[in-house]
Design a protein around this ligand. Sequence first.
Ligand code: MBD
Ligand code: FE
Length: 298
Amino acid sequence: MVQVTELGYMGFNVTDMGAWRDYATKCVGLEIEEGDRDDRFYLRMDGQHHRFTVHQSDEDDLAYAGWRVKGFEEFKAMQQHLTANGVDFRVASEEECEERFVLGLLKLEDPSGNPTEIFYSPQMDVMKPFHPGRPMYGKFLTGNQGIGHFIIRSLDDDATYAFYSMLGLEGSVEYKIKLPNGMIAKPVFMHCNDRQHSLAFGLGPMEKRINHLMLEYTELDDLGIAHDTARREGIDVAMQLGKHSNDQAYTFYFATPSGWLLELGHGAREAVREQEHYTGDIFGHKPEATGYGMNVDI
Ligand code: MBD
Ligand code: FE
């Protein structure tokens, strides 16, 4: 069965590219790759040409998420698979592939209208080793685990599950959390490689297409430095430092210049062999700044 292998790249529409440059480098440690177009710049986190494209826009939201397949064979097989499942997609032009620095590209939408891309063979800039935007003890954890994970807006959780499951992600319900309004949230977590989850949804209505993106450091101290920087800069922290039950990552959530959240973490484990669920986290993760759709006392 053909399946996606990782969350490979993302595009963000932003209103303030200057604020994003500072935030991405000084707080997070990502590397800027300028490129040659005024309407965008790129962010690197490893040897790939870029992992993020930051587009000048009049909105602050996710522009698209790119899922990788293994290679040319799988790229062809995925097209047959989508057709067999009655999913509309478009094979991108050579020019569009170049715009993403990949060899093959499909463009489609998930059931909630979130722009979704499937690609193979990203450009690896092997002659340009990753150089963090601020001093770092280690690196970003990518490898076969892709960028990290993100929470996407889902208007119909069954349809969202069916779509991403069709792309080859495997899902499970891992929390039963009581929401402030008394309802029980049962978010769905989906994975396609060693990363415990690459995608999650089902935490209630969302204003934007993305609630948060999680990136992982290989060294704990880089997480601590990011936290110090966020606090020193007075950036809203929506969820304090804590440890999740499912991936057991030590993380905190703070605002991006676009008003959605970045979750930075360290020390996640792989998915358990048999599914289990939790009613809360191991410690911490107390809600702090409100208005980011993360006011759950997990
Ligand atoms: C996560 O990464 C997360 O964002 C939530 C809400 C719960 C468990 C793991
Ligand atoms: Fe998360």
